[in-house]
Every structure is written in C-alpha cells, then in structure tokens.
Design a protein around this ligand. Structure first.
Ligand SMILES: O=C(O)C(=O)Cc1ccccc1
Length: 310
C-alpha cells in the first residue's frame, strides 16, 4: 500500500486542488475525509502519513477548526504550506435558473468571500453551511440544496452546471493550506522558511503580549500571523498562534524560542517549513546584529569572557 495523504474532501475541494500542486502528492494515495478533524485524526492514528487541510484565508483569517486542532489536539507538526487563489462558481443542477434558487450552501469560510455577491444577486436566499465546498456541491447533486459555492472544477464531478463563475468579493483572495504530520525532525532550511508556534502566557499582566512579541522583535524576526484562540478556561483566557519568519535552526529563531520557553507557561512548536509566498532571493538580509554569524560570534565572546580570554 503506498503511503497516503488524508485531505479535506470529498473529491473536488479547493483543498484537493492545492494538495495536487505539491510534487510529493504524485507519489501518495490521496484519501478524502469528511472533516478537518477526521483527516488529522487519521494521521494521529497512523492511518495516513500526513493530512492536508485549510488553515487561513486572506478574507476571514484563521480556519478555527484547524487552528484549534493544532493548538489543543495530540501534537502534530506542519511540514509544507500551499497558497491558492480562490474564486467561486455557483453550481446548480442542470436546468436551475438564478430565480429558482432558495437555498445555497458552502463551507463557512466561503461565506465572507461571497457575501456582497449574495446580497446583490440572491438577497433572499437561505445559507446552509457544509463540511466543505465540494460537500455542498454533493448535497446539491442529491437535491438537498439548490446551489453551492465551490470551485468550477467541482461541477463535472457532481453532474452540476456553473451558473456563474469568477465570484469573489475581494480581489486576490487566497487560502493557505498546510500538510500536517506526526512530530519528527523538520526538513533542513530552504533559505525562505517560516516557523509556527502556539504560546500560553504564564500569568496575566500588563504588557504580557508585548513581552511575547518582544522576543521576536529584539531578534529582528518578522511575524506573518498572530491569532488568539480561546483556551476554553473562561472569558479572557487566550493562547496565541504565531507564524514567524525563519527556521528553528536559524540562531535568531532558536534564541527567540528559548526566550519564549523561559517566560511562557507552555510553548508548542508546530514546525519550520518552506514558505509559499517568497523565495530565498526575495528575502531581505537579516537586520544588523541578528545573523547566525553574529549570534555565534557573541556566544564565542561570552565563552572567552567566562574563560578570562577576552
Ligand atoms: O477546500 C475546500 O473546498 C473547502 O471547503 C475549504 C475552503 C473553504 C473556503 C475557501 C477555500 C477552501
């Protein structure tokens, strides 16, 4: 049996399209799961080598199911990310006209991306959330709903017709997907990497979040994501999901994580992996004083001082 990747299914999701852009997907069996949780649980149970799931979109922010699983479920790690531009088609059964549509369905993350279009074109329609956009298409095929927002490519798979295409309230809307596996050594740095962590503060004090962010700022590390998620322990209790520039083997990143480990109640490392938005050539040089060489020279100097050899 070839190693398999679980993904948010059924067939015809944006997730599947994004997954197929990864070269390694060509050598794996790709297995659709009904939810993000079930795909991630398949990895935890050892049924799948990795799972591919949406984690963030540029219109609405984090996909909370995925974040919460990575924050609170049995530990998993991110190994890859993919960015996909998203534009929706309105899929219907052949013969359906716009004026026939009373119910429409899609993944909850799709709604903020088509809200204005709906207001202008189908103001009285009833919205029903589905487990994924392709699942909404499947439910239209079964006759449960009149229309689904999904990728145009899902139409053929579910015997549907695209009544409208190119639907998107925001230009350049993108969704970010991640390949998640069981914890193991991260891939070697690619030169343009990202490190994801979850932080729990030790106590509640003024400037607490600034203290966490300061560990990155003083080492010249840019952040790409900061999302608070409730811990479930009551109003006002949050943990912070952070994506930071760099790889855990970069000295400045390792030192920032050491700083956070000292001041946080808990730090969960979610992985260091190549970033999908930039290549090595696009990156700016590290800020003065934050390169690996400068960290190493400073640490050698301290060692010499400790030895009385400065
Ligand atoms: O992959 C899909 O089709 C999904 O249902 C997740 C999703 C939701 C909204 C935009 C992109 C992906």
């Amino acid at each position: 049996m070839p190693a398999s990747y679980a993904y948010l299914g059924p067939e015809g999701t944006f997730t599947e399209v994004a997954l197929r852009t990864l070269p390694e997907a060509a050598t794996r069996e790709l297995i659709p799961y009904v939810s993000v949780q079930s795909a991630l649980d398949a990895v935890r149970a050892g049924e799948a080598e990795a799972a591919f799931v949406p984690i963030e979109n540029s219109v609405e922010g984090g996909i909370t199911t995925t974040l919460d699983e990575l924050v609170a479920g049995a530990p998993l790690m991110i190994y890859r990310e993919v960015l996909l531009s998203i534009t929706f088609a309105l899929l219907v059964r052949p013969g359906t006209q716009l004026s026939d549509i009373k119910t429409v369905s899609a993944h909850p993350a799709a709604q903020p991306q088509v809200r204005n279009w709906l207001k202008n074109n189908l103001p009285d329609v009833h919205w029903e959330s589905a487990a994924s956009n392709a699942d909404a298409a499947r439910l239209v095929q079964e006759g449960q709903y009149d229309a689904a927002f999904a990728g145009e490519f899902a139409a053929a798979r579910y015997g549907l017709r695209a009544l409208e295409t190119g639907i998107h309230d925001a230009e350049n809307a993108q969704t970010r997907f991640v390949l998640v596996g069981r914890p193991a050594r991260p891939a070697a740095p690619s030169g343009a990497d990202k490190t994801s962590v979850v932080l729990w503060q030790r106590d509640d004090h003024p400037g607490g979040l600034r203290d966490l962010l300061g560990e990155f700022a003083t080492r010249g590390i840019n952040l790409m994501l900061l999302q608070s998620r409730p811990t479930g322990a009551g109003i006002g209790n949050y943990c912070f999901c952070i994506d930071a520039e760099g790889h855990i083997t970069d000295r400045r990143v390792a030192e920032a994580l050491m700083g956070l480990k000292r001041i946080c109640r808990e730090v969960r490392f979610l992985g260091s992996y190549p970033r999908a938005d930039k290549e090595r050539e696009d990156l700016l040089a590290p800020l003065p004083g934050t390169s690996d060489e400068e960290f190493m020279a400073a640490s050698d100097w301290v060692a010499r001082c400790q030895d009385g050899r400065f």
